[in-house]
Design a binder for this molecule. Structure first.
Ligand code: TXA
Ligand code: MG
Length: 347
């Protein structure tokens, strides 16, 4: 069985020590971060890392994110190329600790299983006080992908981790609900023309395009598709970025416009609504069995981001035939929300 260890905000030390001991013993443990919960292991211990892949049913071609305690510790796992060092240092100074992950050339110390055989490694420094304290106490880099089964919705609470991985992992450190609610932004920095470096946005997230604009030219990665137009998961610059991801068990469909909704006779539907008002939204379209509202009334995108995976999980448990989702505006964090909704949506 899986033990839940509460990190008491007044006195988190017991939980911090327990996590560091598990990691030192070559075990895996689920940890809170400001984005989503991660499933952690010693990043430099191949046997420990193998347990992450096993518990998540994660294919070996999908690389992990490595967490460090402080910016200087990047050098334990990666090289910062001299030609882009200035831009990377500026981005780190601005957004670390926080929800920004850098893809950098890896050091030999990092097992190939962590990076799925790639010459690069993804690194970030979390802002969550409990995660930071665990990284510091353990003293070594920690590999931690999101603590969900492969392809499923990322967990934003200890209870969600328990539902995903209960019985498959020894322990979960409960550090409360995640403040961002969406996985970190992933970037790669490369030299560009006219002395302005390019920031390649490999995964959109809480650190938005707009926030990074002052630091370089924002560019999109090239998606490699096969003859049928399908993106090959293994061939991408960011290999885990599949067309299909974050999927509820219940069929899920993002509606790009209201006309796209056609109810089938005898089927029961749930709605994932942005603000829960009929005017702009899809509330009036149907007599929904269940409705979850991302940001009641206000429609604040930051609130919608925090609640997205929580609401998707709730609807998944409602026992309906299909969940449909309203689109949100693609500005700021709305880009990352729509990215997740599109990947969750049936093709
Ligand atoms: O917010 C987050 O980043 C959370 C928390 C736990 O830190 N972690 C997370 O990990 O979202 P995960 O496993 O769900 O996403 C890792 C993704 C991979 O699927 C891949 O797309 C990208 O990071 N990635 C990892 N290493 C990479 C590399 N060397 N090159 C390109 N992309 C990489
Ligand atoms: Mg994930």
């Amino acid at each position: 069985t899986t033990k839940i260890i509460e990190a008491d905000p007044e006195d988190p030390q017991i939980a911090i020590n327990a996590a560091a001991e598990l990691l030192a013993a070559g075990e895996i443990v689920a940890l809170p971060t400001e984005t989503v919960y991660g499933l952690a292991a010693n990043a430099l211990d191949e046997n420990a890392v193998a347990k992450i892949f096993e518990a998540k049913d994660r294919p070996s071609y999908d690389p992990l994110i490595v967490h460090v305690a402080k910016p200087e510790d990047v050098h334990l796992v990666a090289e910062i190329p001299a030609e882009v060092e200035e831009t990377i240092n500026k981005l780190m100074a601005e957004f670390w600790p926080g929800a920004l992950t850098f893809v950098l050339p890896k050091k030999d110390s990092v097992p190939d299983s962590v990076t799925a055989g790639l010459p690069t490694v993804a690194v970030r420094m979390s802002a969550h006080p409990v995660m930071r304290a665990i990284c510091k106490k353990f003293g070594k880099p920690i590999a931690a992908p999101s603590a969900n089964l492969f392809g499923r919705i990322s967990p934003t609470s200890a209870q969600a981790v328990l539902k995903e991985l209960g019985g498959r992992i020894p322990a979960i450190i409960d550090g409360g609900a995640c403040l961002n609610g969406l996985e970190s932004t992933i970037v790669k920095v490369q030299p560009g023309k006219k002395s302005k470096d390019e920031i390649v946005l490999l995964r959109s997230g809480p650190v938005t395009r707009e926030m990074m604009l002052p630091f370089g030219k924002m560019v999109k990665p090239k998606v490699k598709r096969d003859a049928e137009g399908k993106a090959d998961a293994k061939a991408q610059e960011s290999p885990g970025m599949l067309d299909s991801h974050y999927s509820p068990v219940t069929p899920f469909k993002l509606l790009e416009k209201p006309e796209d909704f056609v109810a089938e006779e005898g089927k029961v539907y749930a709605l994932l609504s942005h603000r829960g008002t009929s005017k702009a939204g899809y509330l009036h379209l149907h007599d929904w069995d269940t409705v979850e509202i991302l940001s009641p009334g206000k429609g604040k995108l930051s609130e919608a981001a925090v609640r997205l995976f929580y609401c998707m999980r709730k609807l998944d448990e409602a026992g309906v035939d299909m969940i449909v989702a309203e689109p949100l505006s693609e500005v700021g964090i709305g880009v990352a929300i729509m990215d997740r909704l599109r990947r969750a949506s049936e093709k």
